[in-house]
Design a protein around this ligand. Structure first.
Ligand SMILES: [Zn+2]
Ligand SMILES: [Zn+2]
Length: 237
């Protein structure tokens, strides 16, 4: 499999989506991984759980069903697709705000402590950011009042998506190999490697928002350089 570290380009090799190269930049220490796990437990019980409990009446008020029959797959897939698009849009702008000087220094720098992310770091963030960007995750269900099954499915898929984006590996089965507008680990790894003012790649799931607003130029340039290096006899930058 391919570690998608972007900084040490000398170590990049191989040419197609199914070739794997190990290009890990640096290991996270055991202590830093322990710190991540402890903080996550603290935030999940101290922040996420209270938000879940508080949002339950809102979902009920908006018509959330918890009884049989289950909704059709058509309804489930339509709602979840809508949630992904809405979440990505709000996340993009929220994330750009988090990359302004004050917000980065006091809030978002916590999430960027890990320049070489691993799956668990996807949830590692300042409590204020958990609330701020968590809004993007729950606004879709909050305004449409889905069945509880749809809500759970959405939450599971959203967590899987962000864990994959932070896992640091580009797998043969990664969705970005099959869906042209899907970001994935390579896309988000780039975001974690640059200075906060130059990061780019602010979207959570898709790539089109960064393309439309020109915040993926550095990433695209790097991709072009890598592709060019491959096409010219397999040599990399
Ligand atoms: Zn960021
Ligand atoms: Zn991240």
């Amino acid at each position: 499999m391919k570690r998608v570290s972007m900084v040490d380009l000398n170590l990049h090799c191989h040419c197609n989506a199914f070739s794997f190269s190990f290009v890990k930049m640096k290991n996270n220490t055991t202590a830093s991984q322990e710190k991540c796990i402890i903080r996550l437990l603290l935030y999940h019980f101290g922040v996420n759980l209270p938000v879940m409990l508080a949002s339950y009446p809102v979902f009920r008020h908006m018509g959330m069903q918890t009884s049989l029959p289950f909704p059709s797959w058509n309804v489930i897939l339509t709602q979840i697709t809508f949630y992904f698009i809405l979440e990505d849009f709000i996340f993009y702008w929220g994330h750009r705000i988090l990359h302004t000087k004050w917000m980065y220094k006091h809030v978002h720098s916590v999430h960027h402590e890990y320049a070489t992310p691993f799956g668990l770091t996807s949830e590692y963030a300042h409590p204020a950011e958990i609330l701020f960007l968590g809004f993007a995750t729950i606004i879709g269900p909050a305004i449409t009042g889905p069945h509880l099954l749809t809500l759970w499915l959405w939450m599971v898929l959203r967590v899987l998506e962000t864990v994959e984006a932070h896992c640091g590996y580009h797998f043969p089965w990664s969705l970005s190999n099959f869906l042209p507008l899907y970001g994935g680990a390579d896309f988000h790894d780039y975001h974690h490697r640059l200075l906060y003012t130059k990061s780019g790649n602010y979207s959570s799931t898709f790539t089109y928002m960064d393309w439309v607003f020109g915040t993926d130029k550095g990433y695209r340039k790097l991709q072009a350089l890598k592709d060019g290096g491959v096409e010219n006899g397999g040599k990399q930058m």
